[in-house]
Design a protein around this ligand. Structure first.
Ligand code: FES
Length: 257
């Protein structure tokens, strides 16, 4: 993919976002403008590729809340990027259903291919990588989001084809705008923060619990050591077969239950 020029003009961003923001705010009764906050933050991110401090301040001013309220809202969601990120934000799920269905291998493959770790960006600014918690797509595990679009039933081959398409500019999801050069580590520095820093600094980022907590891994070991072997079929196929068994109908592979 040809490197796009990186430049930033916040007044041009405001000119694009403000009409939409005013329309959003007008949908709510007087005094309830803060209800429009999330779509306004999305609108800023759609234009700039991330949520800059200026965007956060402007959104706070428009909806009439303190900047700290907007900061705390933006920091709650993995949907918002509070530092410049790569043109493709890859967020594989590292939660239980995905881990049972092979997410550990998928994440290790992604980290190897990109040569970055959790919350990092490749030196060419093309990819940022963040291991996310449950994306609510457990029935199609392992899954990930690419610029917030869902990809399901991942395999290493699928990942390789996706990365290649992103590199040569033919991937179906458009790249994020990029008006600032991303640093190697895009995560908001946790200085003074009381919140968990996720898997940062954990010797093995494969530990599902992060922060060096082995409880998630122990739970999976217990599950996999159970008498019933793990069924390797994708979860949605298992659900169809289980549903057919419950109803006494022949399963899709033809066997009656
Ligand atoms: S555990 Fe991965 S989507 Fe729920």
């Amino acid at each position: 993919m040809a490197a796009a020029e990186i430049s930033r003009d916040f007044s041009a961003t405001v000119a694009k976002v403000e009409p939409e923001a005013r329309k959003l705010i007008a949908q709510y009764p007087e005094g309830c403008a803060r209800s429009a906050l999330l779509p306004i933050l999305h609108a800023f991110q759609n234009v700039e590729g991330w949520l800059s401090p200026e965007a956060i301040e402007r959104a706070a001013e428009w909806v009439g809340v303190p900047v700290s309220v907007v900061e705390s809202t933006a920091s709650f969601y993995t949907l918002f990027h509070r530092r410049p990120v790569g043109r493709y934000m890859l967020q594989p799920c590292r939660n239980l259903s995905c881990i049972i269905n092979g997410a550990g291998e998928i994440m290790a493959h992604l980290r190897g291919r990109l040569e970055v770790g959790h919350n990092q960006t490749t030196p060419d600014g093309l990819f940022s990588y963040e291991e996310a918690e449950c994306l609510a797509a457990c029935d199609r595990a392992p899954c990930m989001q690419v610029n917030l679009q869902f990809y399901y039933d991942l395999t290493k081959e699928k990942i390789d084809a996706m990365l290649q398409a992103m590199r040569d500019g033919s991937f179906e999801v458009p790249p994020l705008p990029q008006n600032a050069v991303p640093g190697p580590d895009w995560h908001v520095a946790p200085e003074g923060a009381k919140k968990s820093t996720g898997a940062q600094g954990v010797p093995s980022p494969d530990d599902p619990g992060g922060l060096g907590d082995a409880s998630g891994r122990k739970m999976i070991e217990r599950l996999t050591a159970d008498a019933a072997p793990i069924d390797a079929r994708p979860t949605h196929e298992r659900l169809i077969a289980d549903g057919a068994a419950l109803l006494g109908a022949p399963s899709p592979n033809g066997s009656a239950h």
